[in-house]
Design a protein around this ligand. Structure first.
Ligand code: S3P
Length: 438
């Protein structure tokens, strides 16, 4: 599915932010493990969380969705089951990595597969600690296909994260939770803490402290979780596309409601504010242990900034769209310490650079980032331009937003991957004035 942009300079309206992808996947896994009645509201019905739901149902979780989109977890009178068919996690790194932890902890015999992108992504970062915990995991040189077989895990496990990854941290926590093992994780750089918050929300014995500026996350071996209905806040990573659209358009007034404001995810707002963005945060509140707020965004004159060091894990998914903001900001933006972008759904540093080359945006590539020389002027497009999405949702949406600053429509190729994280992107962006044609 190719998408072609339209000529538009105005973004006005109010939209509700789609549900958070990380939280939607976690609430299914933790919810299934709790084995109690629970209703989840605000769930993201995107392909990634749905792959996770299917995988959980294959092992007998019995999760259903009603006609209003509410997700129902129920009390089963059977234990989780092995399954002959592989669990297919599609495009979802979070789904695969967290499910590997959860199911190793439960102690099942299973095999896992995924799409081409997921099959090329590194899984040793999960396999190594889970194997140290006692899991039996076979992989194809640290990649899919992967199979696990029943064992019992160590009673106590301590691990210092060698990569700043919430997926690795969460996978180990879920393995510990499911197997009744005590876990201590040392996290040198803060990554998203949705798992820790959700476990606390359901009453787990989990403590987070800080020693010499490292987080110490301790999950006790025994946990009596109590289910209660859960509301998923909006995904700030999805909101980021709408925010940048409003910032770079010629005229805008956009309200985005129910945006997740977890401090380990709001780096994108910090970065944009540093660039000069006019973003107002209102009605801060707490939903199921996560902060959320309503944002008002207005067209702004942006300037280049430096994005390096500890902020990077906090903005890791927003760097492609921040690069677009940087391309239309005056001066230079420098992004470093972001080599992790090379192992996301695509090599995102390469993918952004390829798109920039097609649009004639001046930039330099580094192994761990790029520098972008921006200008607030619109791009003068002379002939039809086709940009590769590299089958990556965030690359596709980023360059569709860049189309707002192009003198003629541009086409982004193979955009179907958008449905993994933002299933109503086309309708939502068109409802605020920016039409995308199939
Ligand atoms: C996620 C963690 C991040 C992020 C991904 C979602 C999660 O990945 O990029 O989109 O839900 O835990 P890493 O853990 O690999 O940094």
């Amino acid at each position: 599915m190719n998408l072609t942009t339209s000529i538009n300079n105005q973004i006005f309206g109010t939209v509700q932010c789609p549900g958070d992808k990380s939280i939607s996947q976690r609430v299914l896994m933790i919810g299934a493990l709790m084995n109690q009645e629970m209703i989840v509201d605000g769930f993201l019905h995107g392909e990634d969380p749905l792959s996770t739901m299917n995988a959980l149902n294959q092992i007998g979780a019995g999760i259903t969705v009603d006609e209003n989109g509410l997700v129902h977890l129920s009390k089963r009178n059977h234990v989780f089951q092995n399954c002959d068919e592989p669990l297919n996690l599609g495009n979802s790194g979070t789904g695969l990595r967290l499910m590997l932890g959860l199911t190793s902890g439960i102690g099942l015999n299973l095999s896992f597969c995924g799409d081409e992108s997921l099959s090329s992504r590194p899984m040793s970062r999960i396999i190594n600690p889970l194997t140290e915990m006692g899991a039996n995991i076979k992989s194809s040189s640290g990649k899919l296909p992967i199979s696990i077989s029943t064992t019992s895990l160590q009673k106590q496990y301590r691990y210092e994260l060698p990569v700043a990854s919430a997926q690795v941290k969460s996978s180990i926590l879920l393995a510990g939770l499911a197997s009744g093992s005590g876990v201590e994780i040392i996290e040198p750089i803060q990554t998203r803490d949705h798992t820790e918050r959700m476990l606390k929300n359901f009453g787990a014995n989990i403590e987070i402290s800080s020693v010499e500026s490292k987080n110490i996350i301790q999950l006790q071996p025994s946990n009596k979780l109590v289910a209660k209905n859960y509301t998923v806040v909006g995904d700030i990573s999805s909101a980021a596309f709408l925010i940048v659209a409003a910032l770079i358009s010629n005229s805008s007034g956009l309200e985005i409601t129910k945006v997740g404001m977890n401090p380990s995810r709001t780096g994108v707002l910090e970065a944009l504010k540093k660039m000069g963005a006019n973003i107002e945060v209102k009605n801060q509140r707490l939903e199921s242990g996560e902060f959320c707020a309503d944002l008002t965004v207005k067209q702004s004159k942006l300037k280049g900034v430096e994005l390096t060091g500890e902020i990077i894990p906090n903005i890791i998914d927003e760097i492609p769209i921040l690069s677009i903001a940087a391309a239309f900001a005056e001066g230079e933006t420098l992004i470093r310490d972001a080599a992790e972008l090379r192992v996301k759904e695509s090599d995102r540093l390469q993918a952004v650079s390829d798109g920039f080359r097609m649009l004639g945006i001046a930039h330099k590539n580094f192994d761990d980032g790029m520098s972008i020389l921006g200008s607030s002027e619109s791009l003068c497009i002379e002939e039809p331009i086709f940009i590769e999405s590299h089958d990556d949702h965030r690359i596709a949406m980023s360059f569709l937003i860049a189309g707002l600053k192009c003198s003629k429509p541009i086409t982004v190729k193979d955009c179907k991957n958008i449905f993994t994280s933002f299933p109503n992107f086309i309708e939502l962006i068109s409802s605020v004035g920016y039409k995308l044609e199939k």
